[in-house]
Design a binder for this molecule. Structure first.
Ligand code: B12
Ligand code: SF4
Length: 507
């Protein structure tokens, strides 16, 4: 099979990875989603992510990596999702000691860098000969810092499937490589420039992630109606550059509509009836979306799905078609009800578009979740109050109000550092020496303090949810008071989780 899209220098090459890149013998390979215990501390009440709480989501990143390895090598693969499987570092070490992996790959998010670091450190202590690699979004921001850590053998930056396959084959053959894009060995150091990242240009070349590497029964959602859910990514990257979101290093690349429908069919075959689509920008290519919807209607799979979307792409026909194809929920990142704040965050939407999108989506029968955030550059307390008023006026089914954390790798954080709003590069220090329950010491607080913003978030929740009209509507739509209390208990947990988070990941 041709796997194309390797960026090397300024050229784009195709490489027949499967044929050229063979391992001389099979390795034992362990991929780990580490626990989240003692990750970055929440500004709000901590949610218990048990199946009684908001439910778990499968770790798609390592499932993709494992699936490519399974398809293109004969390595023995094991996948651990410590979060959903309820494993702490000590439990993982027991698994490691019994599986005795030759290569361990750990997925790292900045928020959970402390537990990811600890798992790696202890694996290396238990089995010093094991090759230890890190991949995931944290590496897109701090590859150099991670590679400098004493127990790390290599890092993978960008799309991880092909570089990790290459890594395992090289280790099996007792080799290293200081040229392969996205793959960096400790002994060669990090290569700066265009081959720092690996970008998977032809997404359809990557097989559908094999969700059976982990028990599908582990994954469910409080918002869902069905027993089991899964997540899906139908495109990677985002064409926009909001100041509070990660600095983009790749343009948006999509799976074809046919391939998306095929993935839905595979999911239906597993008996899963609900899918959360987590694309950064699901509707930006309307033609592809229409083809996906038509394909789903034809396949008649009886699957419900939810999307994250931008209000600027709202369209009456599209929403109707999405509903017909099984879409039941839409999450809209609006962030503020004040135009100058939206413009400052480079969100590229208009308040009028938000009004139109919520109305159209509700009319189409979709459940609508709206996200707002406080603490943006140049946002005053008065602006924040106006945002709460705006959320009330929109009257979506759900609204969350969060306090913006200026994240590592965002334009907002870079600007705050350069203007002195934030004095110390605390994320870099955390990347080099993570500490348990790290709390970002300073947010964007020139117009309102962190505590004032937390109070405002809570006020937003109170005003939005504790309205008799809202409660009556929910009781009616949930089919009775019993279901209202059941969902309400879990919903409040979910809300407390969403509230504490910046809406970065929901847009
Ligand atoms: C789905 C999702 C969630 C789900 C979690 C699902 C799960 N179990 O993983 C939920 C809603 C729970 C969630 C929560 C949060 N999220 Co989130 N989330 C996402 C989202 C939208 C999709 C993730 C995904 O499936 N991607 C698809 C896969 C294919 O990509 P991937 O995971 O990056 O994996 C690829 C590479 O990174 C690499 N790779 C990944 N792991 C590994 C491991 C190895 C060994 C190798 C070799 C390679 C490798 O290869 C993979 C395939 O190419 C991303 C944004 C995005 N578009 O990716 C944000 C994102 C991951 N989330 C992010 C954040 C910040 C959060 C929160 C911490 C926000 C907050 N403050 O509350 C919370 C955490 C709360 C909590 N307690 O869980 C950030 C992470 C940034 C960072 N620097 O680490 C992201 C990138 C969003 C952003 N714009 O910044 N999130
Ligand atoms: S917030 Fe959404 S639209 Fe903005 S850059 Fe991030 S993913 Fe793209």
């Amino acid at each position: 099979m041709q796997i194309s899209g390797v960026l090397k220098g300024n050229e784009r090459e195709s490489q027949d990875i499967a044929c050229q890149d063979k391992a001389k013998h099979s390795l034992r390979v362990l991929l780990i989603q580490p626990p989240r215990t003692a990750g970055v501390a929440s500004l709000f009440h901590q949610v218990d992510e048990t199946s009684e709480g908001i439910g778990y989501k499968p770790p798609l990143g390592i499932l993709y990596v494992a699936t490519v390895l399974k398809k293109h090598s004969n390595h023995q693969i094991k996948v651990i999702d410590a979060i959903a499987q309820g494993l702490q570092t000590e439990d993982i070490i027991q698994e490691v000691l019994s599986f005795k992996p030759d290569v361990v790959g750990i997925s790292a998010w900045t928020d959970f860098w402390y537990p990811a670091y600890k798992v790696g450190e202890q694996i290396k202590q238990a089995l010093p000969e094991t090759h230890l690699a890190y991949g995931g979004p944290h590496l897109g921001i701090y590859p150099k810092e991670t590679l400098e850590i004493s127990f790390v053998d290599s890092v993978i930056v960008g799309d991880g499937e092909i570089p990790f396959l290459r890594l395992c084959n090289l280790i099996a053959n007792d080799e290293t490589d200081d040229e392969f894009p996205g793959l960096h060995f400790k002994q060669h150091g990090l290569r700066q420039g265009h081959d720092t990242y690996y970008i998977q240009k032809e997404l359809d070349d990557i097989p559908i992630p094999d969700r059976t590497f982990l028990p599908i029964e582990l994954y469910s959602s409080v918002l869902g109606k069905n027993d089991y859910i899964t997540t899906m990514i139908t495109s990677r990257g985002c064409p926009f550059k909001c100041t509070f979101c990660k600095l983009n290093f790749q343009k948006t690349l999509c799976h074809s509509a046919e391939r998306v429908v095929e993935e839905f069919q595979r999911i239906a075959g597993l008996g899963i009836r609900e899918v959360e689509i987590y694309d950064d920008t699901f509707t930006w290519s309307k033609e592809r979306l229409k083809d996906i919807c038509r394909g789903l209607i034809k396949a008649d799979l009886n699957i419900e799905w939810a999307v994250r979307d931008r209000v600027s792409t709202a369209d009456v026909e599209l929403y109707a078609l999405m509903y017909e194809a099984g879409c039941r929920r839409i999450h809209l990142g609006i962030e503020s009800g004040v135009q100058h704040v939206i413009d400052r965050m480079r969100k590229q939407i208009k308040v009028e578009q938000a009004q139109k999108a919520v109305k159209l989506a509700k009319n189409a029968g979709l459940t609508v979740l709206t996200y707002f955030m406080f603490g943006n550059l140049d946002e005053t307390l008065e602006d924040m109050h106006k945002t709460i008023d705006f959320a009330m006026e929109l009257d979506a089914d759900y609204a969350t109000f969060s306090v913006t954390i200026p994240y590592a790798g965002t334009e907002m954080y870079e600007e705050a550092l350069s203007t002195g709003l934030i004095a110390d590069d605390y994320w870099k220090e955390y990347a080099l020496s993570p500490v348990p329950n790290f709390k970002p010491p300073k947010l964007i607080e020139n117009h309102a303090s962190m505590n004032q913003m937390i109070d405002l978030s809570n006020e937003g929740i109170r005003r939005f949810y504790f309205r008799p009209r809202y409660i009556l509507r929910q009781v009616k739509s949930l089919g009775g008071i019993g279901e209202f209390f059941r969902k309400g208990r879990m919903g409040l947990q979910l809300l407390s989780g969403l509230v504490r988070a910046p809406s970065v990941y929901t847009k």
